[in-house]
Structure formats: C-alpha cells, structure tokens
Ligand binder design. Structure first.
Ligand SMILES: *Cc1c(COP(=O)(O)O)cnc(C)c1O
Length: 375
C-alpha cells in the first residue's frame, strides 16, 4: 500500500501546519548528511527542526530584530544553552544577584561541578562592572528587570563593558517579551526569553528562544543545542505561533491593567513599596524610562514591616481571583509570597502577575484581602 497522501491538494490556510518528523528523507545515499544549520541542510533530522519550528524561530528573530533564533524546550533550557555555549572549565561568568532563581541554581550546582565559576554581582552596578572583569571572563548575564525584586539594569553600560573585555553579553529578555526592550539596539550579543510567558500567553506550553545578530555566537549556540539534543515539540511551537498573533494586544491590555492595580496598591497603607518598573519606587526606574517602550504584567509589592509572614501569607490565601502558582504572562492573575524578607527590604514581598481579568475586579479582590489583614 502506498503511504503517499490521499488528501486532495490545494489546501491553503492562515496557519502554519504542525509538521512532525524525527526521520526526514534524503534523495540518495550521497546527499545524506547531519547538519544543524538550516541554511545548509534544512531538514537533516527532526531534532534540528521542522517547518513549524523554523517558522517560529524566524518570527522570533523578526520580532527581536535578530538575524538568528533557536527554539529551546523552555526558558531554563535557553539559559543553560547560553552558559554551555560560551563558558567552559576555568572560565568566569558574571550573573546578577537577582537573576531568575533556577539560573542561579544552575550556576551553583551543575556549572560549579564543571569548573565554571559564576560570580553574582549587584544588578545596579552599571558601568562599574568593569572592575569585576578578569582575563577569563567569557560571559556576562543581564536580567532587566530582575526576578522578584525587579531592579532595572543599565544594560547598555554593561554590554559596552563586556565588549571591551571580549566577553559575550547575554540578556534574559523574558519580561519585555522581545517587544518592550530592544536588546540588540542596546548592545546585547545574545537575547533569550521564556516563550512560556508572554509569547505562549495562555499557561499551556513550555518553550524558550535564544537569538543573536552575531554569526560566531550563532555557531556556538547552534552547535551546543545540537549536542545537548534540545528537541522541541511542533505542537508547542504551533501554540506559540498562535500566541504571537495576539502578543501585541495582550501586552497593551496587560500594561494598562497592571498600571491601574500597581498605582492603587501604591496608595495603600499596608504596602511600603511597589516594585513596578514604571513607578519611581522601583530601583532603576529612570533606566526603564530611558530604555523601555512600555511595561508588562509582572511586579512585586513589599509590605510594611509590621505585617509578619503569617499575615502576608494570609493575604495571599484570601485572594480569590489571584491564583497561587509559578510562571506568569498568561490570562490569569497570580500571586506568590516569599518565606523570607528580601534583601534590601525589611518587609515581606508578594509578586503579582496581572492577567486579563477586569482590573476593577482585581482591585476589589486585593481590597477585601487587605481589609481582612487588619481584623
Ligand atoms: C520563567 C522564567 C524563565 C524560565 O522559563 P521556563 O520556560 O519556565 O523554563 C527564565 N527567565 C525568567 C526571567 C523567567 O521568569
């Protein structure tokens, strides 16, 4: 029986089909070759990508103004890929102290075992990072705003210092979704994002991306991705392609709703500080105003220090529209409370992700949960 298609020809639709395949076929024995580079041998093996994967990669590259993009199984996989592409035994890497927790865990666990030394630096160091460079510094991470405490970094100053030192500057650009901050215009060599967050946008997939304009960086990243076997599902890529179609309207709506909620919280006596990049109370706010074109849905609140851990956990537990869970960038509002007071602040911190609910309903939910704190 023939395995050729039985479906009528001529189907055209607005969406990129989900192309599956581990084995991809060659015309003859002589043309068989394994090559991860799509510009040389586009479909050597499913691991390197299918048309669905490459369509997503191309659109992420367009969105970020990159020349090349690679899709990874998640944001954390993208972080690991960048470390392993650029650093080896005996090398030194600089990572901000407020970087995404699993990034720091990777540095202290697996990378330490491989002989890669990751030094944590003050995210607000700016151009003074110059003095932390060593002859063996290969990679400098930025994450702006940083995870949980939301400091905005002077990325152009750090990228310029990295360039002078001959180190690669990588940015975790997840907050900006590749939209609100132009990584390459600000001197970054390699930008990554968790597509899990805004590009996916519906809390139903895990993917990451790594993008660059630099041929040498692309070679190092593509080779490392191949060797690590970072395969991605075409179904997840298809969902990410769908998410991209509404990314702009979702970000605009989320920005407005989040600002409404953040400003409301800033006026509440229970809250000592609102760590939202567009508010002057956020460290590095002036850099956000200089370098970003907008703000997103994630921010943190620091409670006045008279509220202890149990009171703050009670506040989170009394919320009803806000759900409790990791990740962010979807349609649902989320709250996570820390078990310890953060560095630099005496009070307990809660991180909020604003979703697509009516912001007035969210304010009412926060209002009832704050009101019951006093009782
Ligand atoms: C969520 C997140 C990641 C990791 O993404 P996953 O797809 O969940 O692995 C990386 N960086 C930041 C800043 C994140 O918030």
């Amino acid at each position: 029986m023939s395995l050729d298609s039985h479906a009528p020809a001529g189907f055209r639709s607005l969406t990129t089909p989900v192309y599956r395949g581990s084995t991809t076929l060659f015309d003859d024995a002589g043309s068989l070759r394994d090559d991860w580079r799509p510009d040389r041998t586009p479909y050597a093996y499913g691991l390197h990508g299918t048309p669905t994967t490459f369509e997503l990669a191309g659109r992420i590259a367009d969105l970020e103004g990159a020349r090349y993009a690679l899709i990874t199984p998640g944001g954390q996989a993208a972080i690991a890929l960048i470390y392993l592409a650029f650093a080896g035994a005996g090398d030194h890497v600089l990572t901000p102290r407020n970087a995404y927790g699993p990034n720091q865990a990777l540095a202290h666990d697996l990378l330490a075992r491989l002989g890669i030394e990751v030094e944590l630096y003050d995210p607000l160091i700016g151009g003074d990072i110059e003095r932390l460079f060593r002859p063996n510094t290969r990679l400098v991470w930025c994450e702006s705003p940083g995870s949980v405490t939301m400091e905005i970094q002077d990325v152009p100053a750090i990228a310029a210092a990295a360039r002078r030192a001959g180190a690669v500057c990588a940015l975790d650009n997840t907050y900006a979704a590749g939209v609100l901050f132009d990584a390459f215009a600000h001197g970054v060599d390699v930008s990554m994002q968790a597509l899990t967050k805004y590009v996916g946008g519906h809390s139903d997939l895990l993917l990451g991306s790594v993008s660059t304009r630099d041929e040498g960086c692309y070679e190092a990243l593509g080779r490392a991705r191949e060797l690590l076997g970072h395969a991605v599902s075409p179904d997840d890529c298809s969902l990410a392609l769908r998410g991209l179609q509404t990314l702009g309207v979702r970000l605009a709506h989320l920005e407005a709703s989040t600002l409404r909620v953040a400003h409301w919280l800033a006026g509440r006596p229970e809250i000592a500080r609102v760590l939202h990049p567009a508010l002057a109370s956020c460290p590095g706010h002036e850099l956000w105003a200089r370098d970003f074109t907008g703000s997103a849905s994630l921010f943190s609140i620091v409670f006045a220090d008279r509220h202890d851990r149990d009171a703050v956990h009670g506040f989170v537990n009394r919320l009803s529209l806000f759900k409790i869970g990791y990740s962010w960038g979807g349609v649902t509002s989320l709250a996570t409370a820390g078990d310890e007071t953060p560095r630099d602040y005496p009070g307990y911190l809660v991180r909020l992700n604003i979703g697509l609910e009516d912001p007035e309903d969210l304010v009412a939910d926060l209002d009832q949960a704050l009101a019951s704190m006093k009782a």
